[in-house]
Ligand binder design. Sequence first.
Ligand SMILES: Nc1ncnc2c1ncn2[C@@H]1O[C@H](COP(=O)(O)OP(=O)(O)OP(=O)(O)O)[C@@H](O)[C@H]1O
Length: 320
Amino acid sequence: MTVLIEAVGLHKRFADIKAVDGISLKVPKGEVLGFLGPNGAGKSTTMKMITGFLEPDAGKAAICGIDVFEEPKKAKMLFGYVPEGAPSYGEMTPRTFLSFIAEIRGFRGAEITSRVARSVDRAGLEPVLDQVIDTLSKGYKRRVGLAQAILHDPPVLIMDEPTDGLDPNQKHHVRQLISEMAADKAIIISTHILEEVEAVCSRAVVINKGIIVADGTADDLLQRMHYHGAVSLKVVADRADAAIRALSGAPVVERVETIGKPNGHLLLRAIPRQKTMTAAEIAAVLRAQNIPVDELYVERGRLDDVFRQITMPEEGDRDA
Ligand SMILES: Nc1ncnc2c1ncn2[C@@H]1O[C@H](COP(=O)(O)OP(=O)(O)OP(=O)(O)O)[C@@H](O)[C@H]1O
C-alpha cells in the first residue's frame, strides 16, 4: 500500500473554537476518501492544513512523503487543491487563468497549451473559455477550480465540495471524472452529499467537532444503523396481531416494531437477533401461520440516517 496523503495529529484552534482536535489519517494510492461532517465540523480547516495553506497548532501533514510545511514548494507540485468557493483572479478568463497557473507550475511553451487544453476538456470548460471568471455561473466557477487542480496531473487531489453548485448533469460529469482519475491517485473530497459517497468514494471518514467519529466504507457505515438487515413487511390490519405474535416468537427476531398504518394495512419491521436473518426466514414464519404478506424487503439503511445518528447521537437512535 503506497500512502500518498498522511496527516498526523492535526490540531487547530481559532480563539475559543477547537476547529480540529487531533485528526490523523492515511490515504493510499487508488483510494477516494469522502470527508463528511456537519457544517463547522472542521473539514475545510483539515484540508487547508493537509495542503499547507494553514499552519496547524500541532501535528504534521505530508504528500507523497513530502512534509507540506517543511518543503511547501515541492509538496505543491504533488497535489491539486480545489478550495471552497470560486477561484481567485476573477477578472481573468478561464483560458488566461489556466495558462497563468500552468506557468506558475513551471510549464513553458507548447506544454502550457497542451496542459490547458487537456484540463479544459476534462472539466468541460470549452463553452466559457473566454468569458471573465467573475461573470461565470457558480457551476462553471467550480469547474475552473477543478481544471486548475488537475492541470499538472498530480498524484494527489484534495477537493473541498467539488460538486457544490453544479447541476445534476455536471455533478455526474465531475463524479465520473473523479472515478476515472482514481486508480493512480489518492483523492480526498469533502461533501455533504451522501449519494456522492456511495457513488465515488471507496472510504468515508466522518468528522464531528474536530475529531474523527467514523471511518469505513459506505457499507460499513450503513451497518451501524440499528435496523440494518431488518426486514420490513406489510400485512392487512386484521392479521397484524397474529403477525406480530408469530414474528416475536421466531428465534431469529429480536423484536418487532410497528412503523406505519397505511390504509387498512400495518407496516412492521422485524429487527434481527443476528445480522444474518434473511427475508426468506421471515416469509416462512408468516407462511406457517397462513398470514398473507403484501410487501417484504430487507432494510439496508440510509446513509443520511447513519450520518445523523453518528453526528447527532442525542437525536438519533444510536446503538453502534
Ligand atoms: N479563519 C477562521 N477564524 C475563526 N474561526 C474559523 C476560521 N476558519 C474556521 N473557523 C471555525 O472553525 C470551525 C470549523 O470550520 P470548517 O470551515 O473547517 O468546517 P467545515 O466542516 O468545513 O464546515 P462546512 O461544512 O460548513 O464548510 C467552525 O466553527 C468555523 O467557524
